[in-house]
Design a protein around this ligand. Structure first.
Ligand code: AMP
Length: 279
C-alpha cells in the first residue's frame, strides 16, 4: 500500500499506470464497513485503486461539526492494508486541496442543492462537488464509487457527471448497516452507546413504512408516531421521491422507482437514511 500526500506525486504515480483501469473511492476517513464495501467493489472491477481520505472543510456548513468530525488516519490505513496491499491512498492536507482559499466553486445543480439535505446544510453540496471535481482531476479515474446511504449526494454527482459529460463512471453501492439496522456512518461513534442502540428504530420504521403504508401522507404520519416514542430523536425531514426526477411524490406506488428519504438529529449528530419503496 502506498500513501501519497501531494498532488504532484499522486499524478506521477497515476501516470505510471495510465493504461490500467483506475477506481477511486472518495472518503473523509474514519473508515467503517460501508467504506470497505466500496473498496471491495472496486477491487473486483479495477486494477489501479485509489482511496482518498480528506475531511473536506467546504462541505461543512458548521465549524463545530467540522471540528468534532472523527479523525482516525492510522486506523484507516491499517484497515485499507488489511483488505489489499495494492491500494493507493491519497491523503492530502487542506492546503494541498485548497492552496489559495478554502471555498467552494459554483455549480448549477438545478435546485437539487436547495432541497432536503441542502435546506438543512446550506453550501454542503457545493462543497461536495468542489472536492469531487478536484479529486477527479487529480486521479483521473475510470470508475468512482459512492454509497447509496448519501442518496441525494449520489444523485447530484450522477447528474453533474452526465450534464458535464465527465468521463468517469459513477458506481453506486448499497448501504451497509450495523446489526440493529442503523446505517453505518463515521459519525455514529459520536453517539452514546444507548442512543446508538436505540437509533436502530429508524431503519425498522422505514422498513415498516415500506410494508404497510400506501402513500407519502401515511408514511409521514407513521414516522411522526414512531419518533414520538423516541423523544431524544428529532425528525428533520421525511420525503418520498421519484428516483428519476428527485421530486417529492405522495402516491409512490404509481412510480417505477421511488425512495423514502429521512434525516434525524440526536445528541447533536445528524443521521440520514433511505429505503427503496418499490422492490
Ligand atoms: P464519507 O466518508 O462519509 O464521505 O463517505 C464516503 C463514501 O462512503 C460515500 O460515497 C458514502 O456514501 C459512502 N458510505 C458512507 N456510509 C456508507 C454505508 N453505511 N454504506 C455504504 N456506503 C457508505
Amino acid at each position: 500500500m502506498l500513501v501519497f500526500k501531494t498532488i504532484l506525486n499522486t499524478k506521477k504515480q497515476r501516470r505510471k499506470y495510465n493504461g490500467n483501469k483506475c477506481g477511486l473511492i472518495p472518503t473523509m476517513g474514519s473508515l467503517h464497513k460501508g467504506h470497505l464495501s466500496l473498496i471491495e467493489k472496486a477491487l473486483k472491477k479495477d486494477d489501479d485503486i485509489w482511496v482518498s481520505i480528506f475531511i473536506n472543510p467546504t462541505q461543512f456548513n458548521c465549524e463545530k461539526d467540522l471540528k468534532k468530525y472523527p479523525k482516525n488516519f492510522d486506523e484507516d490505513l491499517k484497515k485499507i492494508k488489511s483488505i489489499s496491499n495494492k491500494i493507493n491512498v491519497f491523503l492530502p492536507t487542506e492546503s494541498e486541496i485548497y492552496p489559495k482559499k478554502i471555498e467552494s466553486s459554483k455549480f448549477n445543480m438545478n435546485n437539487l442543492n436547495n432541497i432536503f439535505e441542502g435546506t438543512h446544510r446550506p453550501g454542503h453540496f457545493e462543497g461536495v462537488l468542489t472536492v469531487v471535481s478536484k479529486l477527479f482531476k487529480i486521479i483521473n479515474p475510470n470508475n468512482a464509487y459512492f454509497g447509496e446511504k448519501d442518496f441525494q449526494q449520489l444523485f447530484i454527482i450522477k447528474n453533474w457527471q452526465k450534464y458535464k459529460s465527465i468521463p468517469v463512471n459513477i458506481i453506486a453501492s448499497p448501504t451497509i448497516r450495523e446489526k440493529n439496522g442503523l446505517a453505518m456512518s463515521s459519525r455514529n461513534c459520536l453517539l452514546s452507546k444507548s442512543i446508538r442502540n436505540e437509533a436502530g428504530f429508524i431503519f425498522k420504521s422505514l422498513s415498516e413504512c415500506k410494508k404497510i403504508c400506501s402513500n407519502g401522507n401515511e408514511i409521514k404520519q407513521k414516522l411522526l408516531e414512531d419518533f414520538n416514542k423516541h423523544m431524544a430523536f428529532k425528525l428533520n425531514y421525511v420525503a418520498c421521491i421519484d428516483t428519476n426526477s428527485f421530486l417529492e411524490i405522495n402516491e409512490f406506488k404509481k412510480f417505477k422507482e421511488s425512495r423514502l428519504l429521512i434525516s434525524a438529529s440526536v445528541e447533536g449528530v445528524r443521521l440520514i437514511d433511505n429505503i427503496a419503496l418499490n422492490n
